[in-house]
Design a protein around this ligand. Sequence first.
Ligand SMILES: Cc1ncc(C[n+]2csc(CCOP(=O)(O)OP(=O)(O)O)c2C)c(N)n1
Ligand SMILES: [Mg+2]
Length: 361
Amino acid sequence: MRASSADTSAERNAFSLGNLADAGSYHEPLLIDPLDNEALMSGLQRMILIRVVEEKIGDMVSQGVVKCPCHLVIGQEAPAVGVAGYVRKGDRVFGAHRSHGHFLALGGSPHGLLAEVQGKDTGVSRGMGGSMHLIDIPNGLFGTVPIVGATIPIAVGAGIAAKMDGNGDMAVSFFGDGATEEGAFHESMNLASTMKAPVLFVCENNFFSSHLHINLRQPDSSVCRYAEAHRVGWARADGNDLAAVRTATKEAVEAIRAGEGPRFLELVTYRWRGHVGHREDEDVGVKRKDDLAAWKLRDPISRLAVSLEANGALDRQQLKRFWTEAHTVVEEAWAEASHDQYPPAKALLSRVYSGTMARKR
Ligand SMILES: Cc1ncc(C[n+]2csc(CCOP(=O)(O)OP(=O)(O)O)c2C)c(N)n1
Ligand SMILES: [Mg+2]
């Protein structure tokens, strides 16, 4: 409720990203609770794996070997890994077009992903989906869909189902700042709030929807105000700080599992590659005009590594080993996937469509 004009301006400030939007800020070591060292070390390894997988896919896109459109998540590894740390068996997670990181953070197989982007029979979607249609139900990933905002209402339905099951499970919906401009997002937040559905809405605000900066699309750069409008508890964190993402997620997930209804996280981050494809210098054919070099200094991986080294949890040799191991895993998975078979042509009907046509073949 707004009681006075002073309240109005205070609310405005609350909805500004402040220094989080400034590429020159937040380069100092992270604030780490030593009790979280173990989880942060495994999070670091997972972020390195995601980075190396994505770089491999980027190289293969540039060589024309991977032909499906790929929206790489390099630079944005921390939100996926931080949230995945609080996902448990029984939860139902949904992603969008930029979801390789969500898939891998939840424990998805690098081979399954690398085979899928090559259209191979052994891919997670049996070669029928490509980069933007991933599914891995054993690890809790119920689907990713490239129609912006499309999985948000599905996640709310899954959250309502989880509530009816009564096991304290939740749904997680990952989406970008661009998706908050879709009507389905607001309808979903309204319904989840009204029904107290156990849903964690995770907006990875990387400032861009395709080539358009949020300042050209919305009156404020922070999207938390939408949570306020729908009476959903929210928190905002530096999405390039794994420790901060973990803290915000822990609080939100505890509230959700305690039956308090949905929560909304805005994780401020930045993608290093263009909107789609491997290039750093362009978004869908438009030349990028942004602060990439400055944002690279806020690299979620090197910031965490430096911070863990400073508190004695990590040494140089271990860090080197993490990178070497990730490269070995990825090269082996790539080589195996490259030798795998493509699906038979008839799979185009039996695996993509349902109904009488599919049953006949
Ligand atoms: C309904 C719909 N409109 C437009 C598009 C084209 N499109 C694909 S991704 C994208 C940008 C989405 O931005 P955001 O949600 O912030 O995610 P990000 O790419 O930044 O991760 C757009 C406009 C689409 N796939 N679906
Ligand atoms: Mg975006």
